[in-house]
Design a binder for this molecule. Structure first.
Ligand code: AN7
Length: 401
């Protein structure tokens, strides 16, 4: 594919598309996938169903797509939530509707297809849960061996259930996500593992389709897109998609990208607030939202670029705010998301209160993972079922209250 190559985001050094490389051998920064795009022809994709591969004109070409039918998630108009928050227009892009219940599937359909294209036999990742669930599924579909490293005891139950059911080799590392990712990176060369964390530029190509779908579902770009940030791949991917469509003349306006981090794991939000160009990593990240319990986001540089270039923002929310937002969304809109995803709603609430988001803006919150991923949280935070005798009077008493 002469029209596609990899390029360092810092020193711009170019690399061929078909070598296994994740960081620049000159300056150490991450890479982007670059293309010589042809003039876009919307009629080529308009008739295809909403999905990742609807946008294949903007994706790497592969001989075999490893797909479970990912993307095409709903963009829910949230009238009751908007009313509660006193604003006009809120939509939720519910990525929990993907095949394994998170946005990671968009990345994996492209990333695992590339793994096959490049002849890899074994794929691997470190994960706070969703990446491992998704990679395990796509590896199974592709017939590849899969190794996942998770922080021991710190991933939600549903995600663990998925990874083991799909047959991955699951290693519970006695340490946090950042340590697990470092181990994956160190062992990848020696063991011939193809890494599918978000430092893999091809994975982000799949995830940029969130931006394309939102734009097409709304008929135009929103004013702001708010999303949770952990390893910061998703905000970087969405930014890349938007920039590409802007450069191709498919959109004029660029939405502000607003990343939300949990207070105990917020290196990017802290850097943004100080208007820094570099981040200070957090050594011992902590949050109830285990999906984003990440202190050393590999994509920090791409993420800061996304925020600064779009006049966006990065903000922190407390665990309490996250759990409140999770209930609020479930109980006003019928959308049950995992705690990390609720960070986007919590962030919106905080930014509205602070006057940093305008009441008239058209806002899209991306909810990244399904609520059933983490059944322990509602069991802990919601009302317990009321135990009763099988007796009509007892029921009437309680229901009439
Ligand atoms: C539900 O699974 O990092 O900022 O290893 O599962 O792109 O990292 C998960 C991240 C947001 C953050 N919401 O996305 C993993 C992992 C949910 C997530 C994020 C994650 P990035």
């Amino acid at each position: 594919m002469e029209d596609m190559w990899l390029e360092c985001i810092r020193c711009r050094k170019k690399f061929p598309w078909n070598i296994v490389i994740y960081t620049c051998d000159h300056c150490g920064a991450l890479l982007d996938v670059k293309y010589h795009f042809e003039e876009p022809k919307p009629e080529r994709w308009r008739e295809k169903p909403l999905s990742v591969w609807r946008y294949e004109d903007f994706l790497p070409r592969v001989r075999e797509k490893v797909s479970l039918n990912e993307g095409g998630t709903s963009l829910h108009r949230c009238k009751r939530l908007a009313e509660k928050l006193g604003v006009e227009n809120i939509w939720v892009k519910n990525e929990g509707e993907n095949p394994t219940g998170s946005f990671k599937d968009r990345g994996m359909t492209v990333g695992v297809s590339l793994a096959k294209e490049l002849g890899s036999r074994t794929v691997a990742c470190a994960s706070t849960g969703n990446t491992s669930a998704s990679l395990a599924a796509y590896a199974a579909k592709a017939g590849l061996k899969c190794v996942v490293m998770i922080p021991s005891g710190k991933i939600a139950l549903g995600k663990l259930a998925q990874a083991i059911m799909y047959g991955a080799l699951v290693l519970a590392v006695e340490g946090n996500f950042d340590q697990a990712l470092s181990l994956v990176e160190q062992s990848s060369k020696r063991l011939g593992l193809y890494i599918l964390n978000s430092l893999n530029p091809y994975r982000l190509e799949g995830q940029k389709t969130i931006a394309f779908e939102v734009i097409e579902q709304l008929g135009q770009p929103p004013d702001a897109i708010i999303l949770p940030v952990g390893n910061a791949g998703n905000i970087s991917a969405i930014h890349k998609g938007i920039v590409e469509w802007k450069q191709l003349g498919l959109i004029e306006q660029v939405p502000r990208l607003i990343g939300i981090q949990a207070e105990g794991a917020a290196p990017i939000a802290h850097a943004y607030k100080k208007k820094e160009k570099e981040v200070v990593f957090v050594e011992n990240p902590e949050t109830v939202a285990t999906a984003i319990r990440i202190g050393k986001p590999v994509n920090w540089e791409k993420a800061l670029r996304a925020v600064y270039d779009t006049n966006g923002a990065a903000e922190t929310v407390t665990d309490e705010q996250i759990l409140q937002a999770q209930k609020l969304l479930a109980r006003t809109e019928g959308i049950f998301v995992e705690p990390a995803s609720a960070a986007s709603i919590a962030g919106l609430v905080k930014l509205l209160d602070a006057g940093l988001v305008d009441k008239n803006e058209r806002i899209v919150c991306v909810t990244t993972g399904h609520g059933l991923k983490d059944p322990d949280t509602p069991i802990r935070t919601c009302e317990k079922p009321i135990q009763i005798k099988p007796d009509l009077e007892a029921i009437e008493k309680i229901v009439a209250q």
